[in-house]
Design a protein around this ligand. Sequence first.
Ligand SMILES: [Zn+2]
Length: 344
Amino acid sequence: MPDFSIGVDLGGTNLRIAAVSAEGQLLEKVTLGTKVILGRDQVINEMCDAIQRLSAKYKATGRLLGAGIGIPGIIDMQTGMLRKSANLPGWEEYPVRAEIERRLGAPVVLENDANVAALGEQWLGAARGVPNVAAVTLGTGIGGGIVLAGKIWHGMNGMAGEFGHVTVEPEGRPCGCGNHGCAEQYASATAIMRMAREAIASGEAPSLAQAASSDPEFGARSIYNLAIQGDEHARRIFRSFGRYLGILLAGLINVLNLDMFVIGGGVSSAWDAFAPNMFEELRERSLVYAATAPTDPLSSDARGKEGAAAQTESRTERKTIITRALLGSDAGLYGAARVAVSAG
Ligand SMILES: [Zn+2]
C-alpha cells in the first residue's frame, strides 16, 4: 500500500477524518460524533486518537506524510493559530498546530476550510488537471479559495479568498464582518431564507407563506423545489441570488482571469434556478468574461456529457469555465489531505 496523509474536516457540528493515498485514493473515512460544542480540548483529544488509529492501520504498509486540518475561520499560517472563528469559540490564541503536532509526531497544516475545498476540487474534482482555479462555496455564508499552479494562494498571511465579504451592493445590508452589502448577504442559504421571510412578511407571496407554515423543515431547499415547480416568488429569489453571484464572479474574473471557477457548497445544488441569471450578469459586467465565454456556458456544467465535451473543447480554446463542484462535502477532506502532502 502507498504513502498516505490524513485529511480532517473540522466543521461547526462534527468532525470527519480520512486517510488518503498520495495519489488521491480514499483509503478510509470516519465521521466522529464529537460535538464541537464540548470544547477545544475534547475535540483535539478525539481528533488525535482517531488520526492515530487510522495511521497505525495504514503505517504497516506506507509512510504517513502528514495531516491537514480544514477549519472554518481565519488562520495565521505562520503561527498555526486561529485568528477568528465564529464556529469554534475558545480556539483563538491557542497553539492548535503545535499541540496537534506534538501529539502526533508528524507535520500538521492548518488551513481555512474553503481553501482546502478549492484544493480538493482542483486535485480530484471538477478542476482536475486545471492549474489555476478559484472555488466559491455557497453555504450558510460564502467561502472562497484560490489555487494557482496547483497551490493555495494565501496572500500575505493566509487571509486571501474572502469572496463572501466582497461588496456587491454599496449601501446594502449590514454584515457581521463590519461591512455593508457583502456578497454573502445576497447569495447564500441565509440570504435565500431572509428573502423568503421578507416576501412572506410583505403578504404578497402566499405560496411561500403556505409552504413555510406546512413544512416543518422549510428551508433553502424547499424554496428551490418551489422554484423549479415554477412558483414565481421562489423563482424571483433565485433570480436575485444569481444576479448577485454574477456580480461577485464578474469582479473575480476581471481581476484573476483564471481558467476555471468552481461553484460548490450545499446551495450549488440549486444551480438550475440561479445559473441563467448568473451568466447573464457575467456577460454584462465582465469584459474578460465576454471575451472568453464558451458558446453555451450552461452546458459547461461538468456533470453533463455535453459539459465534458465543452470543457475539453474550451481548454484548447482557453475559455473561462464556470462549473459546479463534483466532490460535495468530501472536497475539504481531500484538500486537507493534499496540503499535508505538499507540506511534508
Ligand atoms: Zn461581510
